[in-house]
Design a protein around this ligand. Structure first.
Ligand code: AMP
Ligand code: MG
Length: 337
């Protein structure tokens, strides 16, 4: 199969609709990362997504709809969710609701809930309006690999396996949407992202952050998996361990390897002599650059050395969560240092 990368035109949208109606899978730009979409009502089409990604069957997908879609046809909507939708949608917030069971059971991996997202990307909106059905879509990467933030990243994982990538340029958000459980009395964050706990609590009074207990099956099954991992060797240090990180770099270089740091800008200004992938200064810059840098790192580095940024809270929670899961922290430090 030839994979076409097309920008949004009346022709490419008509082709995307034709593919979706035929049960095919179409990758599309969103403001967070690229998605791999199929008709959420079609069992075979949804299963095709799991097969292409190599995604475990117990890790549910998010259903994407356009801004004018009547979501009450799909889910129950607790009263406090009205305010959250008004404030944050369209945008990088996925809300998990009690499901009415109107989409394929494979979307929710058998859970009684359905997660819905209304992306703000004009490409995603045009695509979703054209098809006018819920589109089940996880991130458009092979399972466990780094999420894609350009059309080329999608092609790097799926060239020849999917017919179409709707190109919208680089994703400006850069990390996956916040996943918010809205099935209880108080909303609870299952996955941190650009819409933060503080922002949600400011609208509805309270917001919890779900932390699975030791041994408990997590409410958001995806969080149980190692994820976002670059394919090169990696090491990870806190900001206070900079000296150790530098020793690690020099050891790798001494062995004839090509180490790179992945670090915030301030580390680079102190140590301009080293090869590095610069995450920038603000949390939003770091989110936007993180996955592209992880993919560059796996192409260029024999050892990618992550240094944890100093700031905490807000959007940084989402970035640190992705960093820790990409670098699988403790096991790697023991192995490589
Ligand atoms: P991805 O689409 O690859 O960004 O992954 C979607 C994330 O949303 C995963 O972490 C899933 O576990 C989570 N998710 C999707 N649907 C549900 C649901 N119904 N309940 C809880 N978590 C969900
Ligand atoms: Mg994913």
């Amino acid at each position: 199969m030839k994979t076409q990368i097309l920008s949004v035109t009346p022709q490419s949208l008509a082709y995307a609709k034709e593919l979706i109606e035929a049960g095919e899978v179409v990758a599309f730009h969103t403001e967070t990362v690229y998605g791999l979409g199929a008709d959420a009502r079609n069992d075979a089409a949804v299963q095709k997504i799991f097969a292409l990604k190599g995604r475990p069957a117990d890790n549910p997908l998010i259903a994407h709809v356009h801004a004018g879609f009547d979501i009450t046809a799909l889910v129950e909507t607790p009263a406090y969710t009205v305010r959250l939708r008004e404030k944050f949608l369209p945008g990088p917030l996925t809300m998990v609701y009690p499901s009415k069971g109107r989409v394929s059971r494979f979307v929710s991996s058998g859970l009684p809930t359905l997660s819905l997202r209304v992306p703000s990307s004009p490409v995603a909106q045009a695509f979703l309006r054209t098809v006018d059905i819920p589109i089940a879509a996880p991130s458009a990467n092979r399972s466990k690999h780094v999420s894609p933030v350009t059309a080329q990243h999608v092609a790097d994982d799926f060239d020849g396996d999917i017919p179409l990538i709707l190109d919208g340029g680089p994703c400006t958000g850069g990390i996956e949407s916040t996943v918010l459980d809205c099935t209880g009395d108080v909303p609870s964050i299952l996955r941190a992202g650009l819409v933060t706990r503080e922002m949600i609590a400011a609208e509805v009074g309270a917001c919890e952050v779900y932390v699975p207990h030791e041994g408990e099956k997590p409410k958001s099954p995806g969080m149980a998996y190692k994820h976002y991992a670059p394919s090169c060797r990696t090491a990870f240090f806190t900001a206070r361990e900079a000296e150790q990180a530098i020793r690690c770099y020099l050891t790798e270089q001494g062995r004839g390897g090509t180490p790179y740091f992945l670090c915030e800008h301030s580390f680079l200004t102190e140590h301009p002599e080293y090869r590095a992938l610069d995450l920038g200064e603000t949390p939003w810059e770091m989110a936007a650059r993180l996955y592209a840098h992880l993919r560059t790192g796996e192409r260029c580095a024999t050892l990618l050395i992550g240094i944890e940024p100093k700031q905490d809270g807000g959007v940084m929670d989402g970035i640190k969560n992705r960093l820790l899961r990409a670098f699988g922290r403790s096991e790697i430090r023991e192995k490589d240092v």
